[in-house]
Design a protein around this ligand. Structure first.
Ligand code: XCC
Ligand code: SF4
Length: 673
């Protein structure tokens, strides 16, 4: 069923993306935006009412009393689909964590070419958390034990995952009581796959309980391990100045784009691109140098650590190729559209897959192996350079914005407390006084079925105006960067009076880019530390905080949402619910109710889906105010702080577009070349 084709402005609010969509049209090439317009989602499948878990089906249920051939109800089918999506998301994040653990092991054994333990302080800190002996031992000895401990988490059969001890005490008790304490990462994924097989778990509530346990194995397991090891091997992120959007590509340099999620290979490509020998080689082919940039979370990994610019978020993967200026797009795992290979065949761009788990028909496969990491990275960079003379006509949008990413929880601690006494006290105090109304994590994907970035942008902007501190990861963070909101001064202009006062006093920007999607575990750590700091209750569920994924699309997003809910958070997703079916049919939905009322009763958190960003905002602010009231904190009242209706903002409103951008961002737009 074809839908109406949307205008370019309805497809994306990003001017760089708009320019590339025009170019695509001119060249007669299709993108995800066209394909989304051309294919309406299957109404039964998108509502989770289609089951194809056995050969008696697929069974499509559309009425409340419909049953599958096996007798399964809509609730069972929806819960099973949701659980399987969560298991897939958990598997993806956690397999990434496993690869990191195996790399840490190889580094400890001296077998990983080019890698080292970059952040010994973090190694010691993490070793201490997990009770690994650090006395009079070398970094490699400690790393070896830690790697073994991490690797064991994946195959563990009994007991509980070690990272779960890092949660607030009260939270751990809830997980034990409800029976969702994760045992082993792989075990929980297998458990969900088993219980959703034909003829197994056929009680929606119990299926979802299994799904929660699995999601916890992601957030307080695989993902948390991935973040810690990335910091140990590549350095804990600290703020740095870099740029975001397609304008980071250079017309006169070799452009290499890294895309996907894992930092292992991309970190080596960073090294290879900076090798003087490689730069000389690029010059010998007529280029001025080599420009490395990223897409999706691989971008985030190298952006928060090395300040490598991001060419864009999820929906920019095709748009980067459309510039005609990309010599190689090097992909690892997750969020890589098969379409990039077809699209690239219209240009000189070479798509290089590198993971044994991810091959794409028609792409070049150069398999990554941490034992020869630097050699492989150099081989890839050399290939890209060799491809430079094949470049045809190019069109790079002259749009890129300055950003300051890299706010790890360690850095936030340090920024707020100072180097001698890292502390969340100033943050807690600001929330308690009402200067900061609450906090929101605005994270997650782009989805071509909504206007790219619009929900991210509107929500972050409005939250700032309402004195809500915003933390970000993933493609949501890159979205904010594209509109100048990851730059302290610019974002401050959007902040309400209380939030601005706090930011000015502490030097903390009001929007904090904390890393990639697996780094959502940094947010769990911050929330735990805020609880432990005192004054805001004794559990995450009591905090005036909300998690939002306004443009979600991936199964990983569902896994993240579920572990945040099980950790006590209210999570709001934009767009359509994968379990919305019964609402359409009957006006009420058992599975949705389980995820709202059921989970709230069990965990103090809930997961809800809303189609409009206005509704998402309204819910966010209402939840924050409700939690403030429950804690006995003063009601939010912006007139008590600073001066509302800031004069500078009023002045800026009167300016022309170009003058306003200059006033907000320091420049009208910065070009890449
Ligand atoms: Fe993928 Fe992490 Fe989503 Fe972006 S945000 S589209 S998952 S890259 Ni996680
Ligand atoms: Fe149909 Fe049941 Fe088989 Fe699902 S498991 S396809 S509902 S018969």
């Amino acid at each position: 069923m074809a839908k109406d084709k949307r205008s370019i402005e309805e497809r994306t609010m990003d001017p760089a993306a708009q320019e590339m969509l025009q170019r695509a049209e001119l060249l007669g090439l299709s993108t995800a935006f066209d394909r989304a317009d051309g294919m309406a989602p299957c109404p039964i499948g998108s509502a989770g009412m289609c089951c194809r878990n056995c050969g008696m089906g697929p069974c499509r249920l559309t009425k409340a009393d419909d049953r599958g051939v096996c007798g399964a109800t809509i609730s069972t089918i929806q819960a099973r689909a949701m659980a399987r999506a969560i298991a897939a998301g958990t598997a993806a994040h956690s397999d990434h964590g496993r690869d990191m653990a195996l790399t840490l092991k190889a580094v400890a054994m001296g077998e990983a070419q080019g890698y080292e333990i970059k952040d010994e302080a973090k190694l010691l800190k993490v070793a201490h958390i997990y009770g690994v002996d650090t006395n009079e031992r070398t970094a490699k000895e400690i790393a070896n034990d830690l790697a073994d401990l991490f690797i064991a988490q994946f195959g563990q059969q009994k007991g509980r995952l070690a990272p779960t001890y890092r949660a607030p005490k009260k939270r751990q008790e809830i997980w034990e009581r409800v029976g969702v304490m994760p045992r082993g990462v792989d075990r929980e994924v297998v458990d969900v796959m088993h219980r959703t097989h034909i003829g197994d778990d056929q009680d929606a509530g119990n299926i979802l309980k299994g799904a929660v346990r699995c999601a916890l194995a992601d957030g307080w397991g695989g993902s948390m391990i991935a973040t810690d090891i990335s910091d140990i091997l590549f350095g804990t992120p600290m703020p740095n100045l870099t740029q975001v959007n397609l304008g980071v590509l250079k017309n006169d340099e070799v452009n290499i784009v890294v895309h996907g999620h894992e930092p292992t290979l991309s970190q080596m490509i960073v090294v290879a691109c900076q090798d003087p020998e490689m730069i000389e080689y690029a010059k010998s082919k007529g280029a001025k140098g080599i420009t490395l940039s990223g897409i999706c979370c691989t971008a985030n990994e190298v952006m928060v650590r090395q300040g490598i610019p991001a060419a864009g978020n999820f929906l920019h993967q095709e748009l980067a190729i459309l510039t005609g200026a990309v010599e190689a797009m090097v992909v690892d795992v997750q969020c890589i559209m098969q379409a990039v290979v077809d699209l690239a065949s219209n240009f000189h761009t070479e798509i290089i897959t590198t993971s044994p788990k991810v091959m794409i028909t028609g792409a070049t496969h150069i398999e990554f192996d941490e034992h020869r990491a630097l050699d492989i990275a150099k081989e890839i960079v050399r290939r890209a350079i060799d491809n430079y003379p094949n470049r045809g006509e190019t069109q790079i949008p002259n749009i890129a914005h300055d950003v300051v990413p890299g706010f790890s929880h360690e850095y936030i601690n340090y920024m707020l407390g100072g180097s001698y006494r890292g502390s969340f006290r100033p943050l807690n105090d600001a929330i308690m006084s009402g200067r900061i109304r609450g906090a929101a994590a605005v994270v997650g994907c782009n989805n071509p079925r909504t206007t790219q970035d619009l929900f991210h942008y509107q929500i972050v902007k409005e939250l700032l105006a309402n004195d809500v501190l915003v933390v970000q990861t993933g493609c949501g963070a890159i979205a904010s960067g594209k509109y100048g909101m990851l730059l302290g001064e610019a974002a401050l202009e959007l902040a309400g009076p209380g939030l601005r006062e706090v930011c000015e006093a502490t030097g903390m920007p009001p929007v904090l880019h904390m890393g990639s999607c697996v780094d959502n575990t940094r947010i769990l750590t911050v929330l735990t530390q805020v609880v432990e700091e005192g004054g805001l209750g004794d559990d995450i569920s009591e905090l005036p905080a909300v998690g939002l994924a306004p443009e979600w699309m991936s199964e990983k997003a569902l896994a993240i949402a579920t572990y945040v809910v099980a950790s006590g958070g209210y999570v709001i997703f934009g767009g359509s619910s994968p379990v919305s079916g019964m609402e359409k049919v009957e006006g009420s939905n058992a599975v949705e109710r389980l995820m709202i009322e059921g989970w709230e009763e069990m965990f103090g958190g809930k997961l809800a889906f809303f189609e409009s960003y206005e509704k998402m905002l309204e819910e966010t602010l209402a939840h924050i105010d409700k939690k403030r009231a429950a804690l006995g904190l003063p009601a939010y009242d912006p007139s008590r702080f600073g001066k509302s209706g800031d004069w500078r903002m009023n002045e800026i409103e009167k300016l022309s577009e170009k003058e306003r951008k200059t006033a907000l961002y320091g420049h009208p737009a910065t070009a890449g070349d």
